[in-house]
Design a protein around this ligand. Structure first.
Ligand code: ADP
Length: 377
């Protein structure tokens, strides 16, 4: 049953994500290029709506997958203060649009810990999203500290708001899938009711806990507490310096357009990626593996972007393995660009020989950012 379910969700995820490449991608390009303000605004609204739909889709798929997929924890050195600062910048626009100010309270000079950065980022993001959504005016406080309890180090994160608050009799149900304080057709807030479910699952996977204190009309405070190992910032900075040096060296060399190959059977994605990249790369495209192999033998590509599901015949994974055997391509960057977007898919593609991974749908910024990283490192 679980296998059928897993297959069903992988398939649904693929089918739902693929058309989003066209919707998110082209509405973004239109909103950048249209001159007429009214038309520009319409394209912006399509972009906004499709982003919201993508978020909902991500949350639903995420939470459903959590049911039958074991979450893998990836511990890395995370600069918590830097992460909070970045998120504060990211949310400052939506907060100030509602006249809410975001303050940070951090008394330690540095908080660098070993933890799963992606989970931590998603947890704070979801809490901030809620804090802004459920606050009409006032402020949001983010605080972070490390504490020691019974010889163990813990990271303590607090997100407090001055919003609507959560009544005592609802403080249990909000952690459950799809549950919200206000439900039914006259509910006062939009949303999936999945954000807190995902946070709780992540916190528990990291062996921590999340608690809530809230009073109706006064606000809510969510506190996350996870056991961590403390790292010295010097170590983190050292590795950053090396990357920066490498980047600077490479920028000087790479002033010409690198030649890349994109293999994709979906014509909409093909034309979108071609439009987004052609100003920066010499890009060839192929809609199946046979054409891709022909092109690869005739040309010299510095990187490849391969879709995984290429319709009938050879799939993207097999194609990558065949490419690796062609002279000159055994070490080049090959990116899996795919609507198979589960964390387990990403790990599987990387283990099989892809060097990078980009999940669909993606924006032009994400695509260019990924290739920028490839060619500057
Ligand atoms: P969503 O926000 O999409 O409904 P969540 O799982 O993130 O889903 O939250 C579940 C419910 O908990 C929300 O619908 C809301 O009623 C309540 N809630 C969450 N965060 C806050 C907050 N900061 N202030 C008030 N209510 C909140």
């Amino acid at each position: 049953m679980n296998r059928v379910k897993a297959y069903f969700f992988a398939n649904m995820s693929h089918e739902l994500r693929t058309p989003f490449v066209g919707i998110v991608g082209f509405s973004e390009l239109l909103s950048e290029s249209l001159q007429n303000p009214e038309e520009k605004e319409m394209a912006n609204q399509i972009l906004k709506s499709s982003k919201r739909l993508t978020e909902t889709l991500n949350k639903i798929l995420n939470v459903t997958r959590l049911e039958f997929d074991k979450l893998e924890v990836k511990l890395r050195d995370i600069d918590v203060i830097e992460m909070i600062d970045q998120l504060k910048i990211l949310f400052s626009k939506s907060a100030s649009a509602k006249n809410i100010s975001i303050k940070t309270k951090i008394s330690q000079d540095e908080i660098v810990v070993k933890t799963d950065g992606r989970m931590l980022d998603e947890m704070i993001t979801n809490l901030l999203n809620n804090a802004i959504k459920y606050t009409q005016d006032g402020f949001i406080d983010i605080s972070a500290e490390t504490i020691v309890r019974e010889n163990k180090n813990y990271l303590l994160l607090k997100v407090a708001d001055t919003g609507v608050g959560i009544p005592k009799n609802k403080q249990e149900i909000i952690w459950k899938e799809f549950r919200q304080v206000s439900e039914g057709m006259n509910r006062s807030f939009e949303g999936t009711g999945l954000g807190l479910t995902i946070i709780k699952k992540y916190v528990e996977t990291l062996s921590g806990k999340i608690t809530l204190e809230s009073e109706i009309g006064k606000g809510s405070t969510f506190v996350i507490e996870i056991p961590v190992e403390i790292v010295s910032k010097k170590e983190v900075n050292k590795s950053k310096e090396i990357v920066l040096k490498q980047t600077q060296n490479n920028i000087e060399i790479k002033s010409r357009k690198p030649k890349i190959l994109y293999v994709e059977d979906d014509v909409i994605a093909l034309s979108y990626v071609d439009k987004v990249l052609k100003a920066f790369y010499e890009i060839d495209t192929a809609f199946n593996a046979t054409i891709a192999l022909e092109l690869a033998n005739k040309n010299i590509y510095e990187a490849m972007l391969l879709d995984i599901n290429l319709g009938k015949g050879i799939d993207g994974v097999e194609l990558m393995q065949m490419m690796r055997k062609i002279n000159g391509y055994n070490k080049i960057p090959i990116v899996a660009v795919t609507a198979y977007a589960a964390e387990s898919d990403r790990l599987e593609f990387l283990a099989k020989g892809f060097t990078h991974y980009l999940s669909k749908p993606f924006t032009s910024v994400e695509l260019r950012g990924m290739l920028g990283k490839i060619f500057n490192s």
